[in-house]
Design a protein. Structure first.
Lengths: 224, 224
DNA sequence: AACATATACTTACGCCGTAAACCTGTCAAG
DNA sequence: CTTGACAGGTTTACGGCGTAAGTATATGTT
């Protein structure tokens, strides 16, 4: 008889920094970043919390690595496309990544030490603009305007308390019933006439603002 | 002899929800939101942590109240000005409030229950646009685009690890010395030719993107 | 004077991040 | 085959966290 016949079938895949980071990302996706603790992450990996410290320096390092993983999901601006297509595509790709991992938006704030993937991404965006003839100043302005919009939109989207159209409708209903409509008439109007219309999806607002900014940049670029 | 001759001179101003919220705001401004705990806030008020629960339901309620306080610092869009001036002024006022209280940007995300001040603010913004002839849809688009930009910019600004020009220069120097310049040439160029130029202040970028969006909205409004 | 109410304090519980010490399986050198 | 170093896991422990529950006290009302 074999010395060990536990129900534990796995021969214990060894931990690694990458495995820890990916498990952290999956845990945050499933349970929210707020309930991610070293103990629970250890449990999810079949390991004690302290074992994680052999692969990440501390929890902050874990979070830094997770943010860098999210950045790696964002397409770099294409070298083949014109600047506008490249900027548009990478903005949409960035938003999609942040929809998949909503917790990442807020996390990017406190992390002041960008990882290598993040740096490469920023470098490529600026390079794309410079290559299209943007001056250094205009490239900096454009980069700031686009990223502010992308992250801000993702921030708002992540803070919405609903995901599906049904949830949206339900939230809007209870919302309308909770506050005095007379006191906030415009909010009520917008809720009824816009949010509660069939097919409403806040995510669709993204491209409106994006095109607005791209149009403005195009005009300024042409004027110089 | 009096029964008590403690050095405690104050006759114990009673707590109140407002006093607790304002103390929380001041504490977060001074020490960062991360180190705000019920115990430390109690200490700052000369009181035990549990006493706070007579005035706020729990820590989340405290944070909600603090966010609403920050919103109360933002100017409502003026009724007298044209829409563009009104939107511009309130955007600048919002950014200023978020510069004063950088922790508030991230806090707004997780809080899904907006306070009365927040609701009034949103209502006034939409009302201003509607009053200027914006359709419901265009008002919704504009509101989304502007707020995404404002919060996104504040988010980026808050995550910068420097405040003064000297700190900026210092950070940029160590930054350049830490990563291989050859690998991120565009980032390096932008750092040297833009960030390290005298008089650089990231906050100045705000108005560039803001005018870009306002210009775009003006054009769309005129075209309909 | 007696009581009700509001507000502060004390104690206790379970969870957190992580320092420090400890155990154990693997593998190279003798 | 023995030995010993080392990498990577575990155990224990500490101080801090949010907050439930129970208790004390001061104030206002009758």
């Amino acid at each position: 008889m074999a010395p060990q016949t536990k129900p534990q079938a796995e021969p214990r895949i060894p931990l690694s920094r990458d495995r820890v980071l990916r498990a952290g990302l999956a845990f945050a996706d499933d349970n929210g970043i707020g309930s991610l603790s070293m103990r629970k992450l250890g449990e999810a990996l079949g390991v004690e919390a302290m074992s994680l410290y052999n692969h990440v320096a501390n929890k902050d390092d874990l979070l830094d690595g997770m943010v860098d993983l999210v950045f790696s999901e964002i397409e770099l601006p294409s070298v083949d496309s014109d600047w506008r297509t490249a900027m548009r595509d990478r903005a949409i790709s960035a938003r999609q990544a942040l929809v998949r991992h909503p917790w990442a938006v807020t996390l990017m704030q406190s992390r002041t030490s960008p990882g290598p993937v993040t740096l490469r991404h920023h470098n490529a965006v600026i390079g794309s603009l410079r290559g299209a003839g943007f001056s250094i100043d205009l490239a900096a302005h454009s980069f700031s305007a686009l990223d502010s919009y992308i992250y801000g939109f993702a921030l708002q989207e992540a803070s919405l308390p609903f995901d599906t159209p049904e949830e949206t409708a339900e939230m809007a209903e209870t919302f309308l019933s909770q506050f005095p409509v007379a006191e906030f008439p415009h909010l009520a109007e917008l809720t009824v006439e816009h949010v509660l219309q069939p097919g409403y999806d806040y995510g669709d607002e993204f491209e409106f603002g994006l095109e607005l900014i791209l149009d403005g940049l195009k005009r300024i670029r042409a004027a110089t």
